[in-house]
Design a protein around this ligand. Structure first.
Ligand code: ADP
Ligand code: ZN
Length: 519
């Protein structure tokens, strides 16, 4: 056996020879050293950190084939192309491959360094027999968070990997993920039978990305302003196909720049063409659903904008992580509205009971990021188990600290008004009642005779909208599909004076270009 340092020297030579790279990045060398020593490992590395190299390189050095489990056929084919481009003997075994017979023959002969398979293979007895027919060097499990129900993308097929791998007890395992919070990490270790000592976590900070999270008033105008301020290629995520199409048109019209849409509803040729155009371009903007970005390697993306909230902090980190991989300054801007959280919280009721609790926590964590008056990067990094300094100096809240105000009293007024009007009206109506508006519908319903009529005046009235947004984000208010507000979560505790509410004071719109005033 080689001593680990000799292994690494050997690995560095292979790194140069096979990939043409001069040195390992980040924790790559630690991961590769463990793999070469035959030790099972969970590597948590952010997108772009170079996870694939940590199994591809050992695969070229070790006796036998590295079996790579990956959840998406498209992703596998990208990996296959890049592995082959580096002269690595690789093949995929998926339902989309016509040449599976040749692949199996090559595998049995021991001619392959890498064999990519989909997780559903793992439960097939023939597959176990196939693996037993030759020498396996390593099991690499890509997107390993899919094995955990705590992860954001649970796939039951991943649970079949453990019994399969247990049938080959001498083969080391390398699980890889970009998106695991502390809880999910432990679960992955347990589910895949990897010792705790095998956990390697790369730093998650992306210091060149400037984070900002803003209220959405007019997404087309707001993104156009971002495009003007930040030249270069950008990705704009929008929640639905229809909004992707519309936003792409609006942005093209408003800026005169090349802006293309990308979503699963487009014909495959057009999708591929739009993606290729984006990857090749130096100033194009692509408006996309989250279907876009997996497996894309474009280092010079200068901004990622979200026109609505992402699914979770993990998803946000992964999506914004596509900006600035070249290390040059880049921006991540999220535009959010109360309706985003209202919709997401409504969907919770449709989620399977067993997953509802973790989905709710995910949403609460995201609301915490959106609502914080503190450092955005701090919230992100703490979520991934790091201990960042209190201020990063490169996010909206660090660059221009927002004022916060105790809005508990106002929250009680708002919640009472929602309650007294019967929990069926949207924010607009409740606002009219609270501010004592002379409105026909208010009078018609007799809401001008309620005790809450006209109890909010002056400066407080300006805080109603952001307060309603904040209460919806934290789940104290939910909206029905018709927009009717209802008490939920800790609303009762707020009404009883047992919980308090602090909100960020919104900048005045007409002065939003300048730094906030001092008073
Ligand atoms: P991940 O899967 O972690 O998102 P990839 O494996 O796709 O990341 O790698 C991202 C990019 O970094 C790829 O272009 C890859 O070739 C490059 N890369 C990986 N390791 C190194 C290295 N040691 N030196 C230079 N470039 C690297
Ligand atoms: Zn900060």
């Amino acid at each position: 056996m080689f001593a680990p340092s000799a292994d690494l020297a050997h690995a560095r030579a292979a790194l140069r020879e096979v990939f043409g790279f001069d040195s390992f990045r980040g924790v790559q060398d630690q991961v590769v050293a463990r793999v070469l020593a035959g030790e099972s490992t969970l590597a948590v590395m952010p997108t772009g950190a170079g996870k694939s190299l940590t199994y591809q390189l050992p695969a070229t050095m070790m006796d036998g084939t590295c079996v790579v489990v990956s959840p998406l056929i498209a992703l596998m084919h990208d990996q296959l192309r890049s592995a082959r481009a580096n002269g690595i003997a690789a093949a995929t075994l998926t339902s989309a491959d016509a040449d599976w017979r040749e692949t199996m023959d090559a595998f049995r002969r021991g001619d392959l360094d890498l064999l990519y398979v989909a997780p559903e293979r793992a439960s097939q007895p023939q597959f176990r027999d196939l693996l037993a027919s030759t020498r396996i060097a390593l099991f690499a499990i890509d997107e390993a968070h899919c094995v955990s129900e705590w992860g954001h993308d649970f796939r039951p097929d991943y649970r079949q990997l453990r019994p399969l791998m247990d049938a080959f007890p001498d083969v080391p395992r390398l699980a890889l993920t970009a998106t695991a919070d502390a809880h999910t990490r432990i679960d992955i270790l347990t589910q895949l039978g990897i010792p705790e000592s095998g956990l390697i976590v790369a730093g998650f900070d992306r210091p060149n990305i400037r984070y900002a999270i803003r209220d959405r008033d007019n997404p087309a105008r707001q993104v156009a302003a971002l495009m003007a301020e930040q030249p270069g290629p950008g990705i704009v995520y929008a929640p639905t196909r229809a909004r992707v199409e519309k936003l792409a048109e609006q942005l093209a019209a408003a800026t005169g720049r090349s802006v293309l849409p990308y979503h699963a509803g487009l014909p495959p040729e057009q999708r591929a063409a739009n993606q290729a155009a984006f990857v090749a371009s130096e100033d194009m903007v692509i408006v996309a659903t989250i279907a876009f970005g997996m497996g894309i390697d474009k280092p010079d993306v200068r901004f990622v904008a979200h026109a609505g909230i992402p699914k979770s902090i993990e998803a946000y980190y992964q999506e914004t992580g596509r900006a600035g991989r070249d290390g040059d300054p880049a921006q991540a801007v999220m535009l959010w509205g109360a309706s985003d959280f209202a919709t997401a919280r409504q969907r919770l009721s449709e989620v399977d009971e067993s997953r509802r609790q973790s989905e709710r926590q995910r949403l609460d964590a995201l609301a915490g990021l959106v609502e914080t008056p503190g450092c955005r990067r701090g919230v992100l990094l703490r979520h991934f188990g790091e201990h960042p300094p209190e201020r990063c100096g490169n996010c909206d809240n660090c660059l221009s600290p927002p004022g916060v105000t105790d809005a508990t009293e106002l929250a009680r007024k708002l919640l009472s008004a929602v309650y007294r009007t019967g929990q069926t009206y949207g924010f607009g109506h409740v606002q009219k009642v609270l501010t004592g508006s002379n409105d026909a519908r208010v009078a018609e319903r007799g809401h001008d005779r309620l005790s809450v009529f006209g109890i909010v005046t002056g400066e407080e009235a300006r805080l109603l909208q952001p307060l309603s947004r904040a209460l919806q984000a934290r789940g104290s208010l939910t909206a029905t599909e018709h927009g009717g507000l209802q008490l939920a979560g800790d609303a009762k505790a707020i009404l009883k004076g047992e919980a308090s509410v602090e909100i960020v004071i919104p900048p005045r719109r007409e002065r939003s270009n300048r730094r906030r005033g001092t008073n």
